[in-house]
Design a protein around this ligand. Structure first.
Ligand SMILES: NC(=O)c1ccc[n+]([C@@H]2O[C@H](COP(=O)([O-])OP(=O)(O)OC[C@H]3O[C@@H](n4cnc5c(N)ncnc54)[C@H](OP(=O)(O)O)[C@@H]3O)[C@@H](O)[C@H]2O)c1
Length: 231
C-alpha cells in the first residue's frame, strides 16, 4: 500500500508531537510543522533517535505569509497531501470571563484556534488528494450539548467556532471526496492540559491517528475515543 502523506500543525510538543510519532511508527510520511524552527528541529531530532524520519517545515498558523511559505515548500518537495491535522492552539491563563476580560483575549484565541485552522485548510486544500482528510483538534469545551463548564470561556468559544467550521468545510469539500472531521483528545497531560490531567498524550493522540489512517470514515462528525459524539 502507498505511504500516506500527513501534515500536523503545532507538532513540536504535546498531542501534535505524539500524533506525528504514532503515524511515523505506522510507516506513513509525516510532515512535522512548528512555528519555532529550533523547537521543530529539536522535535524532529528526537524522533530520529528512535529511527523515525519525519520532514520538518516551519509554519506559524496565525501568519498568512508563513502558511503560504509552508504550502510552497510542501508543494515543491512533496507535491500532495493525504491528511491535514490542524492541532496547534493556545489557551491564555487570563481567560476567565467574556464579560470582564480584555477583548483581545477572545480575539487572539479565536484567531489562533479557529480562524487559523480555516486559513491553513484553505491554503493547503489544493494539495489534498481525492479521498483525503482534514482533522480538527477540538475540545469538550467547545460542546454545544454539554453544560457550559465555567472555565476558559474564550478558549471554549474558539472550539465551538472550530466545530462549526468543521461542519461547513465538510459540506464544501464533499464534492472532492475529502472528509473533514473534528475530535476531542480528552483532558491529557501536556503544557496546555497541565500535570493533573488524567490522560496521557498517547491517549490524546489516538483518535487523530485513527481518523487519519482508518480505511473508511464519515465526514462532518465529532469523535472522542474513536466514537462519534454529539456536537
Ligand atoms: N491537553 C489537553 O488536555 C487538551 C484537551 C482538549 C483539547 N486539546 C487540544 O489539543 C491540541 C494540542 O494541545 P496540547 O495539549 O498538545 O497543547 P501544547 O502542549 O500547549 O501544544 C500546543 C502546540 O501548538 C503550537 N502552537 C500554538 N500557536 C501556534 C501557532 N500560531 N503556530 C504554530 N504552532 C502553534 C505550540 O507551539 P509552541 O511550542 O511554539 O508554543 C505547541 O506546539 C490543541 O488544539 C488543544 O486545544 C488539548
Amino acid at each position: 500500500m502507498e505511504r500516506k502523506i500527513v501534515l500536523v500543525t503545532g507538532a513540536n510538543t504535546g498531542i501534535g508531537f505524539e500524533i506525528v510519532r504514532q503515524i511515523a511508527i505506522l510507516g506513513d510520511r509525516v510532515i512535522l510543522t512548528a512555528r519555532d524552527e529550533a523547537k521543530g528541529k529539536a522535535a524532529q531530532n528526537l524522533l530520529k533517535k528512535d529511527n523515525l524520519m519525519v520532514d520538518f517545515v516551519r509554519m506559524d498558523i496565525t501568519r498568512e505569509t508563513s502558511v503560504m511559505e509552508a504550502f510552497q515548500q510542501v508543494k515543491s518537495t512533496v507535491g500532495k497531501l493525504d491528511v491535514l491535522i490542524n492541532n496547534a492552539a493556545i489557551l491564555f491563563d487570563q481567560d476567565r470571563s467574556l464579560l470582564k476580560d480584555d477583548l483581545s483575549i477572545l480575539k487572539e484565541t479565536v484567531a489562533s484556534n479557529a480562524l487559523s485552522h480555516l486559513l491553513v485548510s484553505r491554503i493547503f486544500s489544493p494539495l489534498l488528494t481525492t479521498g483525503g482528510r482534514i482533522i480538527m483538534t477540538s475540545s469538550d469545551g467547545g460542546s454545544m450539548s454539554n453544560p457550559v463548564g465555567g472555565w476558559s470561556p474564550a478558549y471554549c468559544v474558539s472550539k465551538s467556532l472550530l466545530n462549526a467550521i468543521t461542519r461547513h468545510l465538510a459540506y464544501e469539500l464533499s464534492g472532492r471526496d475529502i472528509a473533514v472531521n473534528a475530535f476531542d483528545p480528552g483532558w491529557v497531560k501536556t503544557a496546555m492540559g497541565g500535570q493533573s490531567a488524567p490522560g496521557t498524550v498517547e491517549e490524546g493522540a489516538d483518535t487523530a491517528v485513527w481518523l487519519a489512517t482508518t480505511r473508511r470514515i464519515n465526514t462532518g462528525k465529532l469523535y472522542f475515543s474513536r466514537k462519534e459524539i454529539p456536537w
